[in-house]
Design a protein around this ligand. Structure first.
Ligand code: HEM
Length: 155
């Protein structure tokens, strides 16, 4: 039973990571739209995998009495930091791109309807401002830290 819970946990983690890898810098307008659409379509999968990963991780943590150790708390802290970091990054860099290419977008006021696309130079500028490689690098770095915590349980 316990191994199955850990199995579901790792499965959820994989689904979540797949979403993380969906980032790349594109230049052609229709390709940018397609990428952002795909990214949006992947969100429910990302959220449910994350819920599976977290739910099964917490159940396994209780079953295995792991909450008396530090690594599991550290993993929870890193995942929360990652969660807020990703949302901040999406809000800071992807919302302006969505808006500029004429897609519906979300800001602090909630869901917003599509607006006419901005000029090519404005679109180029908001894309240039983002750094998907940095996002990918930092996310994978944090995931590597979590994986290390899971597998080595150093404290
Ligand atoms: C991206 C995030 C995460 C990834 C990629 C991940 C990955 C893994 C992997 C591969 C294992 C199997 C380790 C092994 O059998 O040696 C594992 C086990 C486990 N994980 Fe995670 N995990 C993540 C986040 C979390 C979080 C946030 C928690 C906190 C609730 C958690 C709790 C656990 C527990 C309790 C186990 C079972 C440990 C054992 O039986 O040795 N994980 N995780």
């Amino acid at each position: 039973m316990y191994r199955w819970i850990v199995f579901l946990h790792v499965l959820g983690a994989l689904g979540f990571l797949w979403h993380t890898a969906l980032r790349r810098r594109e230049k052609a307008l229709d390709r940018i739209r397609a990428m952002l659409d795909l990214s949006n379509a992947a969100l429910p999968i990302a959220y449910s995998s994350m819920a599976l990963m977290l739910g099964a991780g917490i159940i396994a943590g209780i079953m295995g009495n792991w909450f008396s150790q530090g690594w599991i708390w550290a993993a929870l802290v890193v995942i929360v930091v990652m969660w807020f970091g990703m949302h901040y990054y999406a809000y800071r860099y992807y919302t302006p791109i969505r808006k500029a290419v004429g897609l519906p977008y979300r800001d602090l006021g909630g869901d917003q309807p599509a607006q006419p696309p901005a000029s090519d130079s404005e679109i180029a500028a908001v894309i240039q401002a983002s750094n998907p490689l940095l996002l990918l690098g930092v996310s994978f770095g944090l995931v590597a830290v979590i994986l290390w915590l899971m597998m080595f349980k150093p404290f």
